[in-house]
Design a protein around this ligand. Structure first.
Ligand code: BGC
Length: 299
């Protein structure tokens, strides 16, 4: 039978019943970001923490930005810097609300005074405040747009100013600077009950691409990573119970939840010179969530 004539039962029969537990690759970390400095916003937990650790392991100094969770940020610093490999960068925690213009510029000033410059911005800080449309308050709408979209704008603007002031530093990187926006599959997948969040991520998509177009002549690269469902505190309800996890799997062709390290590895590569010709791209790390999984058996 050709694939196009398979019915849904046939496809299900072909699926493995017991998929093995995921074992994250423990690949040798190469110091491909040595001599650089990165700011990772919202790095006290989840994807931000994993990215901060991975960037530090790849040899860069890291500013672990946080807003309220001081102890958790200190734990990220500890985890990022204490693994025993000699080529690790240094890390410090810096408190700042990314939606506040003054605090963002102070964070950049502190980074430059501590490490002598900034080469990488990971625009990661983000939050959800979910509600049905008719119940969503203006405060919920504004807070999500302020942090997820305006926060990324303020940090990107400050980063571009710093990258342009300094220019390309030969021997450090081919680029004058790199920005990675942590977006979401919801920059393209509509999400009922989350209109503030989906609007913020849709905004990130065209903000990122417009900035990428504008700053490319200065050798500044700007890209987005679009995670699907990744095991972090933000979506605990979607993976914590067996029932919820099984429901979630209906949306993920690859049949496993993402781990923060899945995202972190891509972030390191995107910031490295190995990705020097990549700019303006939205890269999906989603186990196929954007592949219209409803069509696995239908259409
Ligand atoms: C959201 C998660 C959600 C995932 C897939 C992410 O951007 O933050 O809560 O599980 O998208 O829907």
């Amino acid at each position: 039978m050709t694939a196009s004539r398979m019915n849904s039962a046939t496809i299900r029969d072909l699926m493995p019943d017991d998929l093995p537990e995921v074992v994250m690759p423990t690949c040798e970390v190469r110091p491909i970001l040595r001599g650089q400095t990165a700011i990772v916003t919202g790095a006290s937990s989840g994807i931000g923490r994993a990215i901060a650790e991975a960037i530090c392991a790849a040899g860069a100094n890291v500013v672990v930005n946080y807003i309220g969770a001081e102890e958790a940020a200190a734990a990220t610093v500890e985890a990022a810097t204490h693994c025993g490999c000699a080529h690790r960068g240094r890390a410090i925690a810096v408190k700042a609300d990314v939606s506040d213009e003054g605090q963002v510029s102070q964070m950049f000033a502190r980074t430059i005074s501590e490490f002598g410059g900034v080469d990488i911005l990971i625009n990661n800080a983000g939050l959800q405040q979910d509600a049905a449309l008719e119940d969503m308050t203006l405060a919920q709408w504004r807070r999500v747009i302020d942090v997820n979209l305006t926060g990324q704008f303020l940090c990107a603007r400050e980063a571009v100013r710093a990258f342009k002031r300094r220019g390309v530093v030969p021997g450090v990187s081919c680029a004058a600077g790199k920005i990675v926006c942590v977006s979401s599959v919801h920059e393209v997948i509509p999400w009922a009950g989350h209109v503030n969040y989906a609007a913020s991520k849709g905004g990130v998509m065209l903000m990122m691409k417009s900035i990428a177009q504008e700053v490319a002549p200065w050798r500044i690269r700007v890209n987005s990573i679009c995670p699907g469902a990744v095991r972090t505190p933000i979506n605990r309800a979607a993976w914590e119970t067996e029932d919820a996890y099984n429901d979630l799997m209906r949306l993920i062709p690859y049949k496993r939840i993402g781990e923060p390290e899945d995202v972190a590895r891509l972030a390191v590569w995107l910031c490295s010179d190995e990705a020097d010709y990549v700019t303006g791209a939205s890269l999906f790390v989603d186990g196929g969530m954007t592949l219209y999984p409803g069509f696995e058996a239908g259409g």
